[in-house]
Design a protein around this ligand. Structure first.
Ligand SMILES: *Cc1c(COP(=O)(O)O)cnc(C)c1O
Length: 224
């Protein structure tokens, strides 16, 4: 199916309270423009190199979120020209990165909205902070003047049967609600980003209000 039809169908299905973010890794500017023209408002990029390549070529305006690993991309992500175009970083999972990011944002005079990435299944090879460490990290980052924690993000484990991811989404939603209830100064629990092409329905049932979808919008991915 064409990108336009996919976006239309997804937007109808998910309704108004949930943001449909297009996960755009490996996609070119033409595909991204088509997605935006079909109603996408948020583009998610995993790699700074791809962001820098497509951003100048995309004609329509959108919000650009960074959804890649901040550990491996840290060096490139903290560049001034990149921070100028990024509207949200969804994958903050350690204080040292947040501290550096804050310094750069002070220089830029920009307050960066971030989500804390939760490693909800505690998989050692994956990025994200373990559930039991999320509150401490949020409290520490909350003290930084130019970073604003606005929610949580999780990937969850790779599962054959989408149903098996539900407990991890549920756990992340509970953390989200707990932190919201703490009313931490400079923290606004507004966004819960979880769910991809195979799992977005379950994520929405469990309280996601951002779903990050690649394949179901653009079709199968090309190799990088
Ligand atoms: C690729 C990717 C997605 C979307 O994956 P699909 O299965 O293609 O929908 C969502 N989130 C992140 C962080 C990704 O890297």
């Amino acid at each position: 199916m064409a990108i336009k039809d996919n976006v239309k169908k997804l937007l109808e299905e998910i309704g108004e309270g949930v943001i449909l973010e297009a996960a755009a890794k490996t996609r070119g500017a033409k595909e991204i423009d088509e997605a935006i023209e079909s109603g996408i408002r948020v583009i998610g990029e995993n790699y700074v190199s791809e962001l820098k390549k497509v951003y100048p070529l995309v004609k329509n305006s959108a919000e650009w979120h960074f959804i890649g690993s901040t550990k491996t991309q840290k060096h490139d992500l903290l560049k001034r020209r990149v921070l100028e175009i990024v509207d949200m970083i969804e994958t903050v999972d350690d204080f040292d990165f947040a501290y550096e990011l804050n310094k750069r944002c002070v220089d830029l005079d920009k307050v960066m909205p971030v989500l804390i990435e939760v490693n909800s299944a505690k998989e050692s090879q994956k990025s994200g902070v373990y559930p039991e460490d999320v509150v401490d990290l949020v409290k520490k980052i909350a003290k930084l003047s130019h970073i604003r924690v606005v929610g949580l993000m999780t990937m969850g484990p790779n599962v054959e049967n989408p149903e098996r991811i539900r407990p991890y989404f549920r756990l992340t939603k509970k953390l989200f609600d707990d932190i919201k209830g703490m009313k931490i100064e400079n923290v606004e629990m507004a966004y819960l980003s979880m769910g991809m092409s195979d799992t977005y329905r379950i994520a929405i049932e469990e309280g996601a209000n951002i779903v990050r979808i690649g394949t179901a919008i653009f079709g199968p991915r090309r190799q990088r």
